[in-house]
Write a protein that binds this ligand. Structure first.
Ligand code: OXD
Ligand code: MN
Length: 639
């Protein structure tokens, strides 16, 4: 077995603040008490110090002093620029070659191929996860990682996904040579030295990240953002609960607690332990009168999860509170209720399009203690991006774009990158739910799937039951967005909104969902599909969206309460005409167009979905899904 897949070897260490590791000599501990750490953590750190050859080891404690020290360093270097208008807010511009998640360079490494990817028909390379063999992976890692931190500091970040010490939480340790990553991890996860006590002799998810630019680094560094885009390689080892990421500092590629751990690795842990790790927001919806329902919703990246999770109701008397905006860990408890926690501690939201009208709660969340990546900066010390045109007081103000160019509103070109992000603490959200850190999680009554579907797909429908709901999730599609490396308006399959984040064979994943339906005693949530993005013949959206989405959630809540407000259709239950409250927007909404089901569209849509699942999931497609497809085809044929 290769060394990379081996357990980290025994190490020797001295009583002074240095580690002696095989073949290395002395690596100074720049900060932290290495000797006080749990043994498994010490071995992990020492092994990677030997392997990556940093100039020092910095064991993070999560304190504010630590953040201040790092921020000052990054300001001096020019990586961060303060936004004078706000308290403790900074702009960071990346190398323009490092701006998004890189799915084409993201791999899952398991001994057996079909633990990772379904048994597809033919030789076609499937799109549901990329498998790499341990041998090939080893070669790729060996050509990148040894010595890759030379001349750089190795930061050791202990973190918890979920409240520290909660039975639903999991611990990770990220090793990185990027202090930007450290700053964002402090926002997105819980970084504290308490982790070491909670961890004790227990296991943790091993996260290893490097920008891949050992010193002396002879290539040009752009924007003080050393990275190695040509050599990006992100490998997940679900069997060993390990992630290795090389070459990129951007969000999902480098903040390894988020997509890599809380989705891909947790997805596989959840299968083994009987729970679910999903790409879902979690929200509480309180109706006039005080009854509250909780909803989890899965939409592909950049389809408005953050906006929905923080919705400001346009209907009087309704209150929405946010539990999480991107990831849900869900588990049925002993009473059979599905309980969800948000494993993250912050928001890493898409900035363009966010403003005081579209998402005032997100805006309020990042007024302090936040990091903005690839946004523009106004001369009076504010962030700027597309969508803020109407909210800037001085329309003539000088702006420096994300590319460092001087620019003014109305001029050609874009101020911010379309995947520019704000990174802000969830606790600062004015509508954060008081139970957002409840170790028990919140009880989920309904699950929504959705995407950007300009054509054919009505505003909302409800599945005919759990198995049909799993098909609705598996059939999710959406227009491509800027969150990854795709371009254009192509409609892409994104089953369960998990296509980029699957940690194991998608056929087995579907079966994992279905087996909850086979168990007795579970209170299964109802499953819905929503589409805020249908356009009319004139190309305009048929639904106002944003705060008006509460009207759809109202209908969902009625269905959760078993109210008789639905009619059967070929694709599921549709709202009976008039059962969605349109008071005040009656003139804007063309019900018949919004809910029409063009037979030809649905006939070819289900055929295309079937072909996709046959091709991509092949022999691993559970028979219940095949049955649901057949039933759907029969219903559509009868339309
Ligand atoms: C994200 C994504 O950043 O889904 O949340 O890409
Ligand atoms: Mn996401």
């Amino acid at each position: 077995m290769s060394r990379e897949l081996d357990v980290e070897p025994e190490i020797k260490y001295t009583e002074v603040h240095e580690i002696i590791v095989p073949h290395l000599g002395h690596i100074p501990i720049a900060k932290g008490d290495f000797h006080a750490l749990p043994t498994k953590a010490k071995k992990f750190i020492a092994f990677y110090a030997d392997y990556l050859k940093p100039r020092g080891i910095f064991i993070c404690d999560g304190s504010n002093e630590e953040a201040t020290e790092i921020i000052h360093k990054l300001e001096e270097r020019g990586t961060l620029e303060q936004l004078e208008k706000y308290e403790n807010c900074y702009v960071c511009r990346t190398d323009p070659a490092d701006v998004a998640r890189v799915e084409s360079k993201t791999w899952i490494c398991t001994k057996e191929k079909h633990k990772t990817v379904p048994r597809c028909h033919g030789d076609a390379k499937g799109g549901l996860g990329q498998w790499i063999s341990p041998e090939d992976c080893q070669k790729e890692l060996q050509s990148r990682f040894p010595g890759c931190m030379a001349g750089r500091m190795m930061y050791v970040i202990p973190f918890s996904m979920g409240p520290v010490g909660s039975p639903l939480s999991k611990i990770g340790i990220e090793i990185t040579d990027s202090n930007y990553v450290l700053l964002c991890m402090r926002v997105m996860t819980r970084v504290t030295s308490k982790i070491w006590e909670v961890l004790g002799d227990g296991d943790f998810v091993k996260c290893i990240h490097s920008m891949g630019c050992p010193r002396p680094w002879r290539k040009k560094v752009v924007n003080h953002w050393p990275c190695n885009p040509e050599r990006i390689f992100i490998a997940h080892f679900p069997e060993e609960r390990k992630v290795k990421s090389f070459g990129s500092g951007y969000g999902g590629n480098s903040l390894l607690g988020k997509k890599c751990f809380a989705l891909r690795i947790a997805n596989a842990i959840a299968r083994d332990e009987g729970w679910m790790a999903e790409h879902m927001l979690i929200m509480g919806i309180t109706k006039p009168g005080g009854k509250e329902h909780y909803i989890a919703a899965a939409f592909p990246s950049a389809c408005g999860k953050t906006n929905l999770a923080m919705l400001e109701s346009t209907l009087p008397g309704w209150k929405v509170r946010c539990v999480g905006d991107d990831i849900a860990w869900m588990r049925f408890n002993e009473k059979g209720e599905l309980r969800a926690i948000n494993p993250e501690a912050g928001f890493f939201g898409v900035a363009p399009g966010t403003n005081w009208k579209t998402n005032p709660n997100a805006m309020a969340s990042f007024q302090k203690n936040s990091i903005f990546t690839n946004v523009a900066k106004t001369d009076d010390g504010s962030y700027y991006w597309e969508g803020l045109e109407d909210e800037v007081e001085d329309k003539n103000i000088g702006i420096t774009t994300w590319l460092g160019k001087r620019w003014k509103i109305g001029e050609e070109g874009k101020a911010a990158h379309p995947n520019a992000r704000f990174c802000s603490p969830a606790a600062q959200c004015p509508i954060i739910h008081p139970k957002w850190e409840d170790p028990e999680g919140v009880p989920i009554d309904a699950i929504l799937f959705g995407g950007r579907r300009p054509e054919g797909v009505p505003l909302v429908f409800e599945s005919y039951g759990w198995n049909h709901g799993v098909l609705v999730g598996a059939a999710c599609k959406s227009e491509a967005t800027a969150a990854a490396e795709f371009h254009g308006k192509k409609i892409m399959h994104d089953p369960m909104a998990m296509r980029p984040f699957m940690g194991y064979n998608f056929g087995e994943y579907l079966d994992h969902w279905l087996q909850f339906g086979r168990q007795s005693g579970l209170k299964l949530p109802k499953i819905f599909h929503v589409n805020w993005f249908r356009t009319g013949a004139d190309g305009h959206f048929l639904w106002p969206g944003f705060g008006d989405n509460i009207r759809v959630l109202d209908w969902v809540c009625k269905r959760v309460e078993d109210k008789d407000v639905a009619v059967e259709s070929a694709i599921g239950y549709l709202p009976t005409k008039g059962s969605i409250d349109l008071s005040g927007i009656e003139d804007k909404v063309k019900w018949d167009e919004l809910f029409s089901l063009p037979k030809d569209y649905w006939k070819s849509d289900i055929e295309e979905t079937k072909a996709f699942l046959d091709r991509e999931v092949g022999d691993d497609l559970p028979k219940e899904i095949c049955e649901e497809i057949k039933k759907m085809q029969e219903r559509i044929n009868k339309m």
